[in-house]
Write a protein that binds this ligand. Structure first.
Ligand SMILES: [Zn+2]
Length: 96
């Protein structure tokens, strides 16, 4: 799990998950340093969530039922988002 560049405090999974959803900043709960997801991690987050969702929804489509395909695709997307805090890396950004 990614850590604060300033004071080495480990970020919580839930903190990272929230930020991964809208690519926001994480403020360290100890030193207040603002962290932003780095570019390679944006790709990784996309890879574990959006890509499996698209591959499943557009190419695999194992079910005749469109509704079931969408629901299962969304489930895959959610699983990917839950994994994303483990693959994402955040780095300290200059304030202001
Ligand atoms: Zn810190």
């Amino acid at each position: 799990m990614t850590r604060c560049d300033g004071c080495d405090t480990e970020f919580k999974w839930s903190e990272i998950l929230k930020r991964n959803l809208h690519y926001g900043f994480i403020a360290c709960r100890k030193c207040g340093g603002a962290h932003k997801i780095d570019f390679p991690s944006r790709l990784k987050v996309t890879l574990v969530s959006v890509v499996p969702f698209l591959v499943f929804g557009l190419f695999l489509t194992p079910f005749d039922n469109t509704f079931f395909t969408i629901v299962t695709g969304l489930f895959i997307f959610v699983i990917g988002m839950l994994i994303s805090p483990f693959v994402a890396n955040y780095k300290l950004v200059e304030e202001g």
